[in-house]
Design a protein around this ligand. Sequence first.
Ligand SMILES: Cc1ncc(COP(=O)(O)O)c(C=O)c1O
Length: 368
Amino acid sequence: MVLGHAHPRMTRALKTAAARGTSYGAPTALEIELARRIKQAVPSIELVRFVNSGTEATMSALRVARAFTGRDKIIKFEGCYHGHADGLLARAGSGAMTLSLPDSPGVPASFTEQTLIARYNDPDSVRSLFQNLGGEIAAVIIEPLAANMGVVKPQTGFLNGLRDITREYGSLLIFDEVITGFRLAFGGAQGLFGIKPDITCLGKIIGGGLPVGAYGGRKEIMELVAPLGPVYQAGTLSGNPLAMTAGIEALRILSRPGTYEKLENLGNALERGLQEAVKSNGQKVTISRMGSLLTMFFSREPVTDYDTAKLSNVELYKVFFHQMLKRGIYLPPSQFEALFISLSHRQSDIRQTVKAAGESFRAMRPGK
Ligand SMILES: Cc1ncc(COP(=O)(O)O)c(C=O)c1O
């Protein structure tokens, strides 16, 4: 159910210990308890490994995907963020077929050249990569609800299409649910959209505010991870009791009846209030929301991918951000980050936010 985190060089010692019936290197009771709760909520996860961050989770998920398939290349989507591992700090070149260039100084081009970039909500961009390089693609990694280019919803059939094409080419589907897991729904985006990925990455929420990450999925894949299998991955602080305890408590609170209904009601009230403020002030703003995640794009164009997200007027967002801050509302400091509603928020907070938005828009009118 949960993989312990012993060093693979200890495999022989572990086997000996197991034969003697000792639990050397085995997961702790706290790891087992958090794993049990995660597995119950996210049934695609048959075996899970705890790590210390979302970055570690995606990096390690890709390693085991490559080992399982014996292939090197991966597909990621333009505008999706999966942490700061070298190979994932890659953006698209001029087109979907372009091998990507590093996004940051210090990342050698050779590290990102195995990363192929497709366009979110564009099944053809994925299909053409598979048609050309299908036998070399280990996995497709995606935020099932994109939240790092602002909130961008998957269009009907898009995620299902990814499930089908990865199966067709013997490649794995990895859902990065570091943001959406236990936030969008208790079972994550995959529960909501009814799609079973091969591997899921989690973080943030499952640590209740402490540093944590996890990756898990089909047993036959996860069994390749050391110490059960040969794929090296370990971490001194992985599965530490503090993070596990906070995670268990967070999931216990989230599992209470009415949690996600409350978040949806707050989200809906915020969306409608902001919509009204936008309309009555003649602003060019498009609101994208799902559950407790929301982005106000300063653009009138519907946002479906990174290119359309980038049409937003970031200068205007900056002005709005500061107007809101003056009124005591601290929004995400970037146009391309999502706003999150938490269980601590109340309808009075939503009303205050909507009122501040109306005042901010009025203050932004030309001549003010
Ligand atoms: C979708 C997604 N994946 C991975 C990560 C990386 O997680 P961490 O910052 O814990 O390394 C993030 C961080 O925001 C994220 O949003």
